[in-house]
Design a protein around this ligand. Structure first.
Ligand code: HEM
Length: 70
């Protein structure tokens, strides 16, 4: 499960980068594409969710390994 989330984060990062570069190319060519501006938001949302999950992971492992008393 954790490996899957990391893989999703990794490949979405690549897709996000490609779309951002496409945006810059469109601007450079002098033909800004309005809908292309919004396309990076989708992979960015996926990155945010999976990234927050990856961020919380080490803390979750620590919480789980704390010995319970009582
Ligand atoms: C939007 C909010 C984001 C959050 C909260 C976030 C968070 C994280 C976290 C916690 C990790 C794991 C670090 C570790 O190994 O301990 C990670 C890995 C990574 N992040 Fe993000 N990230 C975000 C966005 C992005 C973006 C925009 C990119 C690049 C376009 C990106 C690229 C990567 C890559 C390549 C890794 C390494 C993945 C791997 O180990 O295979 N992330 N991120």
């Amino acid at each position: 499960m954790n490996i899957w989330i990391r893989q999703i984060h990794r490949w979405t990062a690549i897709a996000f980068t490609v779309v951002v570069i496409a945006n810059f190319v469109a601007l450079g060519v002098g033909r800004p594409v309005m809908w292309l501006y919004y396309v990076p938001l989708l992979p960015l949302a996926v990155l945010l969710l999976t990234g927050l999950y990856l961020f919380a992971l080490p803390y979750a492992v620590r919480w789980r390994s704390v010995p319970r008393t009582g």
